[in-house]
Design a protein. Structure first.
Length: 182
């Protein structure tokens, strides 16, 4: 008895499902419903494109940040080059002064001013090398960003063309639906 009641309830559910499905098919052919479905699809695509644009803008911001770092390090390198040249000139002046005073090679190398100038020159040289390595690394990153951003821009253009294509299809589908009814 419970089995018969459960089969009757299932059959009633199937009947309702069938009627709802038939009503849905009729509504799906209505031009206003077709237009609303296409509008919803276009709205979703446009929202996805906006999210994608924001992501690409984030990449561009990172690229700009790296460019600013390269510029700052380049300016620092110019200052270091100037300081390095100054230390070298000061060392040469010290050597000339000591040689003019009659000091030999060992006394020149042992002089405190000469050692300080040489240490400064070596420090500036090593710092310059480190900055050059940093710039090389940043330029590699920038090249990667440029390629990635270019690829994403092409993808965005394709997505925008797809949205326009869907909008055109919407008009055709609505026209076909109206034509089919008549």
């Amino acid at each position: 008895m419970f089995g018969a009641v459960s089969r009757w309830i299932k059959a009633l559910g199937y009947l309702l499902t069938g009627q709802i499905d038939a009503s849905r098919r009729v509504l799906d052919q209505n031009p206003h419903v077709v237009r609303a479905k296409y509008d919803d699809i276009v709205r979703q695509k446009v929202n996805q494109i906006q999210v994608y644009k924001q992501a690409v803008a984030g990449l561009i911001a990172q690229e700009e940040s790296k460019l600013a770092k390269v510029k700052a390090i380049s300016e620092e390198m110019a200052n270091l080059e100037r300081l390095k040249a100054g230390a070298l000139a000061k060392a040469k002046q010290t050597v000339e002064r000591l040689k003019a005073a009659g000091k030999d090679e060992a006394a020149v190398k042992g002089d405190e001013d000469y050692k300080r100038c040489l240490a400064a020159f070596n420090d500036f040289s090593s710092t310059l090398k480190a900055r050059q390595d940093q710039i090389s690394e940043l330029e590699k990153d920038l090249a990667g960003y440029a390629k990635t951003i270019g690829d994403h821009k092409v993808q965005l253009q394709q997505l925008l063309r797809d949205v326009e294509k869907i909008r055109g299809e919407a008009h055709e589908a609505v026209a076909d639906g109206i034509k089919g009814k008549q």
